[in-house]
Design a protein around this ligand. Structure first.
Ligand code: ADP
Ligand code: MG
Length: 629
């Protein structure tokens, strides 16, 4: 042993942090170490299978891949071994000593936010291997890369406290063997039944056989017993799989604690041959908005694992979907880059998109409560759909949900179908308003007419809404119309209001007043008009039908782009007391001040902000003083 060269390394600082966390915080569900180590072993076997396609000699006369677990009660150790791809000396140092993955770094950055004992996060971030230290006081890993000479194997050892050592050893068998020296308080894991029950919980659907060593009392020999089914669940006939198995598989591939909301399993034959098993989760994950996070589809080709995050198979607006796609048609040597151009993968993308939309439509029709959960978790992402996917626009429109005057709640539950059904006979269009928040939308003066006439208006206050509405023009022949933009259909709705006022007496007087406003505001406005759609509000600004809307301008500004200031149409409510009052003022300067006040108020209501708040405040104060004199 003396001639073995042993080198000691210090863990990279991020690894140290993670180890510390493993050892001290993440107690509540210790079992997961086994899940992590088995999943690594299974990954290693899948990598070997994949590389053997082009280099069959990597199998070294031993093509039967498996994972084996043995327990040594005397030594108080658990050994987990696989005959997968193994690691080279350098890979051991890199993979087990540093955290190379950006996901893990993000994890560490957000660590303060994560409650103690919440170990849902382990594994999702590729911190899997270190979970061995949850139960072990010492871990040793011996490994040989497939095809390498026996004497070029590596032993890695660590107590998990800042350092690890690496030495070159001899290892006959290909692959990796991990030995866990259990902490005294973790000896319950030496019981075979315990290990078996954990394995059946987490890893039944691992594609590789997992064997555990047991002692045969009768014949007094040790034997290997296979404890998982080792069949890829998606290849089993649908009628032979129960819900629990589907749920377990979901948890296994996602490392989620939650059950999936719904799934769709399709075994497709014909021109395109593939199997897909697609899940819609119950909860969104924090990384849904992380640009690097593509989606959770695993690609298999003829049952051989090819890659994770196969983003080419689903559009972006469905990136919350998890699951697997197993194609019979794609060539095994396909790469991430060539997938994009590949005809078959493009067809698969179309089919999978259809499948998901069908699944959602079915859910919306059959289980409203579950659909609400879906919408709450993923509605924001789904709203990218109309812009991204023209082909399926109609199906997507049917799946959108909104809050509206009629829903009396911020929760988005109204479908366009419902909206159409409740339209008034005289109503021509689907009306909506976009705003910064539900409250500012709901209280907007633009809605006064609609509330009075009991015409429903969609209240859109998510950031994406304004952008989405650019891609939605009509639904079932009905056009969409913003209520803050001038429009003849809205004017029509005001006709009875219009008649209600005593026209003759007032008309000339009010028209003169409008002309006066025009001359005072000059080119600050596009136009000044009368409106009959207001009840509580004296005046309002609206955008011209072809102009940029207020919300759109805000979006551009927030994105750092410059936009020309919007020129509004200033609309005056002739039935409002305030207007009458101003019309009766004699002093020209005073009238001017009142009109500016009116205009600024309307701008404030529309935009939520003013260009020059101080000027506005001074004006208000000045007019208040005049009042009191
Ligand atoms: P992840 O599995 O998410 O990559 P882990 O911390 O579980 O992260 O493992 C780190 C890396 O160590 C793996 O990516 C792999 O390269 C290597 N590794 C771990 N276990 C094995 C194994 N049994 N055989 C080969 N490589 C392994
Ligand atoms: Mg892992």
């Amino acid at each position: 042993m003396n001639n073995i060269k042993k080198t000691t390394y210090s863990f990279q600082s991020e690894s140290k942090q993670l180890l510390h966390l493993m050892i001290h915080s993440l107690y509540s569900n210790k079992d997961i170490f086994l899940r992590e180590l088995i999943s690594n072993a299974s990954d290693a076997i899948e990598k070997l299978n994949f590389q053997s396609i082009s280099h069959p000699n990597l199998y070294e006369k031993d093509a039967k891949t498996k994972i084996q677990i043995s327990i040594n009660e005397k030594e108080k150790t658990i050994i987990i071994s696989d005959n997968g791809i193994g690691m080279t000396n350098q890979e051991v140092i890199d993979n087990l000593g540093t955290i190379a993955k950006s996901g893990t770094k993000l994890f560490l950055e957000s660590i303060e936010k994560i409650e103690k004992n919440n170990n849902q996060f382990v594994g999702k971030f590729g911190v899997g291997f270190y979970s061995a230290f949850i139960v072990s006081k010492k871990v040793s890993v011996s490994t040989r890369y497939a095809g390498m000479p026996i004497d070029q194997s590596t032993l890695w050892e660590s107590l998990g406290e800042g350092e690890f050592s690496v030495s070159t050893i001899k290892k006959e068998t290909r692959g990796t063997e991990i030995c866990l020296y259990l902490k005294p308080e973790e000896e319950e894991f030496l019981q075979i039944w315990k290990i078996k029950s954990i394995i059946s919980k987490y890893t039944d659907h691992i594609n590789v056989p997992i064997e555990i060593q047991t002692f045969d009392e009768k014949n007094k020999v040790y034997t290997w017993e296979q404890i998982n089914k080792a069949t890829a669940i998606w290849t089993i006939n649908k009628s032979n799989i129960n819900n629990q198995q589907y749920k377990d598989f979901y948890k296994q591939i996602t490392n989620e604690e939650n059950e999936p909301l719904i799934w769709s399993h399709n075994q497709v034959e014909g021109k395109l041959e593939y199997i897909s098993l697609l899940y819609i989760p119950m909860k969104s994950t924090w990384d849904l908005w992380n640009k690097e996070n593509k989606n959770g589809l695993k690609l298999y080709i003829k049952k051989i694992y090819i890659m994770d995050n196969a983003e080419q198979f689903l559009p972006n607006y469905l990136r919350f979907v998890k699951g697997i796609i197993d194609s019979n048609d794609l060539p095994l040597n396909i790469s991430r880059e060539t997938l994009q151009e590949n005809k078959i993968s493009q067809q698969l993308k179309k089919s999978l998109t259809k499948k998901i939309l069908q699944t959602l439509t079915k859910l919306a029709n059959e289980d409203n409560e579950k659909y609400k959960i879906f919408w709450k978790e993923f509605g924001l992402v789904f709203k990218e759909g109309p812009a991204e996917d023209h082909e399926n626009k109609n199906i997507i429109l049917n799946l959108l949900r909104f809050s509206a005057i009629s829903t009396e709640s911020q929760e988005q539950t109204l479908s366009l179908q419902n909206y159409i059904q409740n339209m008034l006979p005289e109503q021509e269009k689907i009306y909506y308003i976009t705003s910064d928040s539900y409250n500012s939308a709901y209280t907007s003066p633009h809605l006064e007419l609609f509330k009075k006439k009991k015409i429903d208006v969609l209240l859109l206050s998510d950031r994406i809404d304004e952008w989405m509405m650019n891609y939605i023009t009509e639904f079932q022949g009905k056009k969409f119309q913003s209520v803050s933009t001038t429009d003849s259909s809205i004017n029509k709705l005001t006709e009875d209001n219009n008649n209600a006022i005593n026209k003759k007496e007032k008309e000339t007087e009010i028209l003169l007043f409008i002309e006066k406003i025009k001359s005072i505001l000059g080119d600050q406005v596009k136009d000044v008009k009368l409106t009959y759609k207001l009840t509580n509000t004296p005046a309002i600004v609206v955008t011209d039908a072809n102009a940029m809307t207020t919300q759109m301008a805000k979006l551009f500004l927030a994105a750092g782009q410059s936009v020309n200031p919007i020129k509004y149409i200033f609309e005056i409510n002739p039935n409002h007391k305030f207007i009458n009052k101003i019309m009766n003022i004699k002093n020209e300067n005073e009238i001017k001040d009142w009109i500016f006040l009116l205009f600024e108020e309307a701008l404030l209501a529309e935009k939520g902000t003013l260009e020059n708040p101080n000027q506005f405040i001074n004006l208000v104060n000045k007019l208040l003083l005049i009042q009191n004199n």
